[in-house]
Design a protein around this ligand. Structure first.
Ligand code: SAH
Length: 368
């Protein structure tokens, strides 16, 4: 497959142009055009021969939107296809302060969390920096946004399929590309990165000068119970996660967030709430409670609103900063990976060929 030009920063583009015998100043022009969502054919400020050369050697924007569904509440879901035929999904949530896009960092995921649809087939492959960026570029263009101040995607959450810190180099590069002042210029402060708690990478991230909103999926205050929901807990204990969060706060000055998916009869009891309070009291953190979005293939049940508010009430009473995430887009298959799975099973019914990827040799239990 051809390399994708959206993977490169301006310095790297300059190098590529010099090697092609072109003027390096064109790098800025090409960078801007790509980030605005223009194809090679639409880059009319470049000579025709240069456009033809680029087209021969590279892919411009490696993702395209192949399906959209809009919810009654304005939330919109996108299915993106990549050059190799793989598909992933993204969700756009509209708020008063702007539009937040939820992006995916991998096709599939090897964390294999008990409640999540993304890990059902394991990790298929990592997305490159330019592929993750293309999700943002496509939706920004779809919303008729431009670069910088004219962008229509204003916030990003890395909470789609994949474990961002399991694709570390591409994800950090993506964060630099999407926040570049010559491009969309989305401040990393407006970007949340959600991790299942890969402790060593959390320390690395603190030193990248990328002050994102660090979000950690906790889902239980007890290591043994957490390991039943998230196999990665066998590798990293809560005792190791908490200092990594505190270090992130120390280095970046940014408060961190814990996500806690409420699963009926599993992690939603008073015993869990009390232990959570013990664990987190006095820490510079916020707890985001999420009602489980039931996944057909999994046998876990969601909580009622009453149960969710009861759990929230216990945390609030202990003065823990906590909120219950608003339900959005329930009518359009809200949970991660569900639109993609429906698409794949429909495609499977149409042609019972093999899937266009090879899943062999990947360790899929989230424990290296
Ligand atoms: N791997 C990363 C990011 C992807 S999951 C992580 O684990 O944080 C992003 C968030 O979506 C996680 O907090 C996860 O718990 C939540 N999530 C995944 N599947 C869900 C479901 N079925 N219902 C509710 N939340 C879900």
């Amino acid at each position: 497959m051809k390399p994708c030009l959206a993977d490169y920063n301006i310095e790297e583009l300059k190098q590529i142009l010099i090697e092609m015998g072109e003027k390096p100043f064109r790098a800025g022009q090409i960078f801007k055009s790509l980030h605005a969502g223009l194809s090679f054919d639409e880059m009319t400020d470049l000579s025709k021969p240069l456009r033809a050369q680029l087209k021969e050697k590279f892919i411009d924007i490696p993702a395209r939107i192949i399906e959209t569904i809009k919810s009654v509440d304005g939330t919109e879901k996108f299915l993106f296809a990549f050059s190799d035929g793989n598909v992933i999904e993204g969700v756009l949530m509209r708020y008063k302060y702007g539009n937040t896009l939820c992006v995916s960092s991998q096709i599939g995921c090897r964390m294999n969390c008990a409640f999540c649809a993304s890990g059902l087939e394991g990790l298929i492959r990592n997305l490159s920096a330019g592929e993750i960026l293309s999700e943002v570029i496509c939706v920004n263009k779809y919303l008729q946004g431009g670069l910088g101040e004219k962008r229509k995607v204003t916030n990003i959450v890395m909470m789609g399929s994949g474990e961002p810190l399991d694709n570390y180099d591409n994800v950090t590069k993506f964060l630099r590309l999407v926040s570049a002042k010559e491009g969309l210029n989305i401040s990393v402060r407006n970007i949340s990165l959600s991790t299942s708690g890969l402790v060593n990478k959390m320390y690395d991230l603190a030193n990248e000068n990328l002050p994102v909103n660090l979000t950690v999926s906790l889902h239980s205050p007890f290591d043994d119970e957490r390991a039943l929901i998230m196999p990665v807990a066998k590798k990293w204990s809560i005792k190791e996660i908490l200092p990594a969060c505190d270090n992130f706060f120390k280095v970046t000055g940014r408060r961190y967030i814990f996500e806690y998916v409420l699963i009926n009869g599993n992690n939603d009891t008073k015993r869990h709430a009390d232990a959570l309070i013990n664990l987190l009291k006095g820490k510079p953190c916020h707890v985001n409670l999420i009602r489980l979005n039931e996944v057909k293939e999994k046998n876990l049940k969601t909580v009622t609103d009453k149960e969710a508010y009861r759990f929230l009430g216990i945390l609030e009473k202990a003065s823990l900063s906590a909120t219950l995430r608003r339900r959005m887009g329930d009518d359009i298959d809200g949970a991660c990976g569900q639109l993609r799975r429906r698409y794949l099973s429909e495609k499977d019914k149409q042609n019972s060929n093999e899937m266009p990827y090879d899943n062999a040799g990947v360790n899929n239990d989230g424990v290296n």
